[in-house]
Design a protein around this ligand. Structure first.
Ligand code: ATP
Ligand code: LTN
Length: 335
């Protein structure tokens, strides 16, 4: 990767909380690979965010390396992009503290993800869950990222990151680039197959609601067959047809056809034919991911070595920002 490139900077992150879903893939990860030539891309497996919800330590360690392999299988190219584990780079925790002092209690209480996760885990509404978006702002601002490719659910966190950056710049002088969200036109919010008004989520307890990107073809087809739809029996995108709208969106993204082309293709056909076609298209699209993942995860030594190298590069890049921030806030320098 060119150190002094004039390309715009992209940063994004994903939590190692389980195998990625079709929602993660369509809304975020599949786009990450496509941006690698045009932008200077930096991606992170955000294990520090993951522990805001109780994780089994051995499982988290395993999921972190698996997430590394999954991202490579989804097209991240280490000759172009930095892909690292968040806890390996100290700048994230360091900048998190400084930015906590520019984040407002009131704005954090308005975050919908905080409200949802505290309802889901009432026994453990910890301070990390509350300040989660500040750590996310630190991730982005530690690299002065211009653009952040995410699904629609992260828009509010991105606005908060901009506000924090703006507030800091106002207090201490121009320091941070104000990051913009980069949200796909189609597929920014893939819905659960069982409750199509809810987002498809890695941590959903109902496996039939979620397509994992490593599911075998027969499993994928079975889950689509069982997907909740409606009784109209007409494949068209319309208000109130959440299940069919979701399937049409998925089909459109994976086949490269527009939604209206897809509607024409299934004109006069039943939901059974349509669901089968969606399942087959998704399974074909994920074939190379499944194969590449199986090969990559077998070589733990290679993955560990990649983690180490990329952490060094990410540390060097983010250290420059940390030095600047520490000077600006008035920490004593003794170097
Ligand atoms: P968890 O269930 O553990 O909270 P998650 O499935 O919501 O996880 P994250 O790691 O929080 O996944 O998100 C990684 C990226 O995937 C983010 O950019 C997020 O916006 C995107 N994303 C997550 N779910 C969807 C979805 N259903 N549709 C589109 N994008 C999504
Ligand atoms: N909060 C995000 C994951 C995340 C992220 C980031 C995304 C952590 N740090 C920085 C973009 C940029 C999520 O829950 N999906």
């Amino acid at each position: 990767m060119q150190e002094n490139s004039t390309k715009k900077i992209i940063f994004s992150g994903i939590q190692p909380t389980g195998t990625f879903t079709l929602g993660n893939y369509i809304g975020a990860v599949s786009n990450w690979g496509k941006l690698q030539d045009e932008y200077r891309c930096i991606y992170s497996i955000v294990d520090m965010h993951a522990i805001t919800v109780r994780q089994e330590p051995a499982e988290l360690r395993k999921n972190t390396l698996a997430a590394y392999a999954l991202l490579l299988a989804c097209g991240i190219d280490l000759t172009k992009t930095i892909l690292f584990v968040q806890s390996h780079v100290k700048a994230h925790a360091e900048l998190n503290w400084v930015l906590n002092c520019s984040a407002q209690f009131g704005e954090l209480t308005r975050m919908t993800q905080f409200k949802e996760k505290s309802e889901k885990h009432p026994e453990d509404i910890n301070a990390g869950l509350f300040t989660y978006p500040v750590l996310q702002a630190a991730d982005i601002l530690a690299y002065n990222a211009d653009l952040v490719p995410v699904g629609a659910d992260q828009k509010q966190h991105l606005e908060l990151a901009r506000n924090i950056a703006q507030r800091f710049n106002h207090k201490y002088g121009d320091t941070f680039t104000l990051p913009e969200p980069y949200i796909p036109q189609t597929g920014a919010k893939i819905m659960s197959l069982q409750e199509p008004t809810q987002k498809m989520s890695k941590s959903d307890e109902n496996p039939n609601a979620v397509i994992s990107i490593l599911d075998e073809p027969d499993v994928i087809i079975r889950k689509f067959k069982r997907a909740v739809t409606d009784s109209e029996a007409c494949v068209r995108f319309a208000e109130g047809k959440d299940g069919i709208n979701n399937l049409l969106t998925i089909y459109s993204v994976v086949s490269g056809k527009s939604v209206s082309e897809a509607e024409k293709e299934f004109d006069g056909k039943g939901y059974g034919d349509f669901k089968l076609a969606v399942g087959e298209a998704v399974s074909d699209k994920l074939k190379s991911v499944r194969e590449d993942y199986a090969r990559l995860i077998a070589d733990k030594a290679y993955l560990t070595e990649c983690c180490k190298k990329s952490a060094l590069t990410a540390s060097a890049v983010s250290q420059r920002i940390i030095d600047k921030v520490y000077r600006k806030v008035g920490y004593l320098t003794v170097k």
